[in-house]
Design a binder for this molecule. Structure first.
Ligand SMILES: O=C(O)CCC(=O)C(=O)O
Length: 284
């Protein structure tokens, strides 16, 4: 190659996708009608969240419940995790039952616009809020990245209702519009919205939106699965490249492979030995 053909002639060229064999490919979000994504983006810009009802069938919810229920053993260790809330971390390394939630086209279509290319899966967890649980501490999910607000979101979250979410069984509580706030936390006069939605629905919100699990004053538990995502240059909450073996990674969808770290944030964030990490999955 002559110097004239060199793909890098200025430092700005390093921001491009320089991968040879493993160029960036479209995500599953490309299958969603752009007009639908426009409406979702408008809602996110205005409110900080959008609710999609009935994306999963009753059978799909049942399969997820069957897959995660045996792992619901421990209650939380503090008021944030919830003393009467059971959580399963690293769901991706335990079952394939929630994969289609984590790489759902409707979710990816919005992430494709909200985040930089090759955004990452930051967490995949099941959350079962048991009877008697108090409301969770309000928080915003990208609050542990020490970059002052107001700012664009560094992350985004989905919460999938596996049980119906009702106003008194622990439905997630949102503070609409709080994604635009500066440093202040919610106060008693701020309007709140319990995300009442039928099982199989999903609420998507940006990482700057204040929210929390609701109090469960009913006699039944409320099961949900949450998938969270972050910019490709941030450290995800859950270290999936450590919890997922290469053999398991080979069985994942290309979207999930990319989102657990078999991808590059140009020019070299995430590289292995100077090369694209997906090459590891071609090796025995
Ligand atoms: O379970 C919920 O509804 C919300 C949980 C949550 O926001 C969290 O644990 O970060």
């Amino acid at each position: 190659m002559s110097i004239d053909d060199d793909p890098v002639t200025t430092l700005d060229d390093l921001k491009n996708d320089l991968a040879g064999r493993h160029k960036r490919t479209a995500s599953g979000g490309a299958s969603v009608d752009p007009a639908i994504v426009d409406a979702d983006m408008a809602a996110l810009d205005r409110d900080g969240y959008v609710i999609w009802e009935n994306l999963l069938s009753a059978d799909e919810c049942e399969r997820i419940r069957e897959a995660v229920t045996p792992g619901l053993e421990h209650t939380g260790r503090n008021a944030f995790e919830g003393r009467k809330t059971q959580r399963i971390y690293s769901v991706l390394s335990r079952t394939r039952a929630c994969d289609r939630l984590a790489d759902h086209p409707r979710v990816l279509a919005v992430l494709d616009r909200l985040m930089m290319a090759n955004y990452l899966l930051s967490a995949l967890q099941a959350i079962n809020i048991q009877p008697g649980e108090a409301a969770q501490l309000p928080h915003h999910d990208d609050g542990f990245y020490p970059i002052p607000r107001p700012r664009d979101p560094l992350a985004a979250a989905t919460i999938w209702a596996i049980d119906d979410f009702t106003a008194d069984n622990g439905a997630t509580v949102l503070f609409p519009g709080s994604h635009r706030w500066g440093r202040r936390p919610p106060g008693p006069d701020d309007p709140i919205k319990p995300v009442v939605m039928p099982a199989g629905s999903c609420v998507f919100f940006v990482g700057t939106l204040w929210h929390g699990g609701g109090a469960n004053t009913t006699g039944e538990a409320r099961l949900a699965v949450t998938a969270q995502y972050c910019q490709p240059w941030l450290r995800p909450m859950e270290a999936f490249t450590l919890s997922i073996s290469r053999d398991m990674a080979r069985t994942l969808s290309p979207d999930l492979q990319r989102m657990i770290g078999y991808s590059i944030h140009p020019p070299f964030v995430g590289a292995v030995d100077g090369l694209h990490p997906i090459r590891l999955l071609d090796q025995p």
